[in-house]
Design a protein around this ligand. Structure first.
Ligand code: ZN
Ligand code: FE
Length: 251
């Protein structure tokens, strides 16, 4: 299995660096400069780029990286991505540094959004975050809810490599949804300790997210009650998700 490490970018983006010996892939290089610097420092050769969705903070560095390395660019077929060489529509498996990686379609944040599932690791872009989920810029609540369900069906020990450090703010909201959730209270303390010394709060595990992330807990009684208090039209998972997501937008 390739090694995974992070390259911080912009204010709160994480570009994931996958390495096997001196061979490298990156996930969502919104900016080329920190990636080029890291490749140089570590003596790595970039072979491929995985893109989850079309937003500039996820693909802005592709052109510059391609100009420097002859890389394959894997990206959603349905979105406008610079320099794509391998358009993907989901369901296929691709080879990443000798590992088989399954491509999942997870529409919601954008309509073509993809997630990449390697053994024990999910690169999910702006779909699932630590204690939160992406905004619905293009998709419907039903689409995002179904996308989160497909992620929730992965093994519990799957590490969640999301693209932003948003966990602390998300946890403040999660506590408003479920003030009595003891796993959530404990996570607030753990994440505050990490962030206080400048450490990332990601990756988490899927098990942690299922225990603390309100957007994966829309069938839990406490979250249903909170959704109903925030204009959910009924108790269905999609209606509760929609209400909680709407509340989060104005939190
Ligand atoms: Zn985005
Ligand atoms: Fe983003």
């Amino acid at each position: 299995m390739f090694k995974i490490s992070l390259i911080p970018a912009f204010k709160d983006n994480y570009i994931w660096l996958l390495t096997q010996g001196n061979r490298a892939f990156v996930v969502d290089p919104g900016d080329a400069a920190p990636v080029l610097a890291r490749l140089e420092t570590d003596g790595l050769r970039l072979e491929g780029i995985l893109i989850t969705h079309h937003h500039a903070d996820h693909q802005g560095g592709v052109a510059e990286l391609k100009a420097r390395y002859p890389v394959e660019v894997f990206a959603p077929a349905g979105e406008s991505i610079t320099g794509v060489t391998r358009p993907l529509s989901g369901g296929e498996s691709i080879d990443v540094l000798g590992q088989s990686v399954v491509v999942m379609t997870v529409p919601g944040h954008t309509l073509g959004h993809l997630a990449y599932h390697a053994t024990g690791a999910l690169f999910c872009g702006d779909t699932l975050f630590g204690a939160g989920c992406g905004r619905l810029f293009e998709g419907t609540p039903a689409q995002m809810s179904a996308s989160l369900d497909s992620i929730a069906n992965l093994p519990d020990d799957t590490r969640i490599y999301c693209a932003h450090e948003y966990t602390e703010a998300n946890l403040r909201f999660a506590l408003a949804v479920e003030p009595e959730n003891s796993a959530l209270q404990q996570r607030v303390v753990e994440v505050a300790a990490l962030r206080a010394v400048g450490l990332p709060s990601v990756p988490s595990t899927l098990a942690e997210e299922k225990a603390t992330n309100p957007f994966l807990r829309c069938a839990e009684p406490a979250v249903i009650d909170a959704g109903l208090q925030h204009a959910a039209v009924n108790r269905s998972k999609t209606a509760i998700f929609s209400a909680i997501r709407g509340w989060r937008n104005n939190f």
